[in-house]
Design a binder for this molecule. Sequence first.
Ligand code: SF4
Length: 342
Amino acid sequence: MNRLAARAGSEKGGGLDLTAGTEGGESRAVKPEEEFRYLFGPVPSRRLGLSLGVDLNPAKVCTENCVFCQVGRTTELTVERKEWVPTAAVLAEFDRWAAAGNATDYVTLSGSGEPTMHTGFGEVLRHVKAAGKFKTALLSNGSLLWLPEVRREAVAADVVKVTLSAWDETSFARIHRPAAAVTFERLLAGERALREAFPGQLWVEVMLLPGYNDAPEQVQAIAGRVKSLRADAVHLNTTTRPAQAGVAVPRVPEAWMRTVSAWFSPVAEIPVFSGKAVSPVEMSDAGLIELLARHPIALEALAASGGAEVAAVERRLAPLVAAGKLVVEVHDGVRMVRGGFA
Ligand code: SF4
């Protein structure tokens, strides 16, 4: 992952005040989140409330190399399915997390790549369900759902969210830059087949990108494909975090998002943050860095998610920014915070 230059304080839209005091920024006592390698969060999710993430992929192994990816450029573009990280270690982490009495709305397979590449993802879903207290979600790009063995495992989730942001092979290749075996035809067939087999909640995420798929006829073409999935919900998104895949992708204006949302069936929802997370002011250094590496987020949204004052979050983050462990970048006047530079 590329190290980004720390930029703060002087750009349009403001930045973290590095001259602020260090109140709240001293090294913290070790907290549980520092001990986890495969779990992260819980993080406030726009759709799931509080979501404990489970990352089954090393960064950055994926079947696609999407231009909007916030994790970073895919370094291993492959459709190989294997036990990319030890399943037993993931399950042991989850058991330890659950035994500590922690709470979350969902346990969600997501993270640094496509979770269905991991041959144990179904086992993880079933293990979490067997604990009896947690709902499960699978966030998938849909690229491997054409494989029957992947669909058989995916139906273990309570919610499966798949992506459908293209309407043909050309648009799919341009936006998602997939591995050779991943085609739009397979993607669509796989997502349709999952719908046939899956009694749970199927959500479809449509990522709109200016110049890629946001023209009226393009959105209508996507909406037609989405309709064929008979989804329980459609989530319309645009880039809200800095893309890290080497392509600068601006966001689609909210007014256009609202206009085109009515073209989808069911009517597409526009993102709203609903979760309540631990206050970032209270989190440990390592926990913040890890969380913000996987989920770069607007400073104001980070503060709001944990019920903290923006000024208090600025003071909390300032030492980490000064140490180069967090980066603040301004995108369209919004201060985005990103971690992972420990
Ligand atoms: S956005 Fe998702 S599917 Fe696309 S490259 Fe990133 S991790 Fe892979």
